[in-house]
Design a protein around this ligand. Structure first.
Ligand code: MG
Length: 207
């Protein structure tokens, strides 16, 4: 199958993969930069944050956006984030099994800074050997087609599911109240994706 992927795209199972909080450890990568920004020790900032990082006291230094801008522009955030444990290898196995990996990320939110955000992202994907054929920088993730989505942002999960898209929640401290199906690590994610893929293949065979 791997030799003919370009010809078989209409028959491929597409996995829509969010980056931050799913493949990249966004909280872990941002925390030391936030500590420096705030002038505090990194271990004084909880890793158990809610969506928006209210626990880190960023309002005192002008809010989250200033930290984000500094982290991407001056600390290369998107090329230095740690990968989630097991994510790159799991994605390589899923791709080798015949699944088409479609990266869907909302990283273009600093005006006139898109070249750098995209460059850091592509360099990071290559450095970690993450296989993909499609790279979508999109805010409205439901507008991007896929057979199954991996997502951690509660609002994105709700929007995807409301539009009828099967979505696995990648569980972290920002989305504890979001309903299952959910997985807490990449061995769980890989198992769930493979189950969906096998079911999709068997449905395809019975059409
Ligand atoms: Mg995310």
């Amino acid at each position: 199958m791997g030799d003919h992927q370009a010809d078989q795209w209409t028959e491929q199972f597409v996995l829509g993969v969010d980056l931050d909080g799913v493949v990249a450890d966004f909280i872990g990568g941002l925390r030391p930069i936030a500590a420096e920004w705030l002038g505090v020790a990194a271990d004084s900032l909880t890793a158990d944050v809610s969506y928006g990082f209210a626990e880190w006291g960023l309002e005192d230094v002008g809010g989250y956006e200033g930290l984000h801008r500094h982290a991407v522009k001056h600390r290369g955030l998107f090329e230095r984030l740690p990968a989630m444990p097991g994510a790159p290898a799991a994605l390589r196995r899923l791709a080798a099994a015949g699944i088409r990996i479609r990266i869907i990320t909302h990283r273009l939110y600093i005006p006139w800074f898109h070249r750098e955000a995209v460059r850091q992202t592509v360099d990071w994907l290559e450095a970690h050997g993450i296989p993909y054929w499609d790279l979508c920088f999109m805010r409205d993730k439901a507008a991007v087609g896929a057979d199954l989505y991996l997502e951690d942002n509660p609002a994105n999960v709700a929007a995807l599911r409301a539009a009828g898209h099967p979505t696995i929640v990648v569980r972290n401290s920002t989305n504890r109240s979001v309903p299952a199906p959910a997985a807490t690590d990449w061995s769980g994610i890989e198992q769930m994706v493979m189950q969906e893929f096998v079911a999709w293949q068997s449905a395809l065979g019975h059409r």
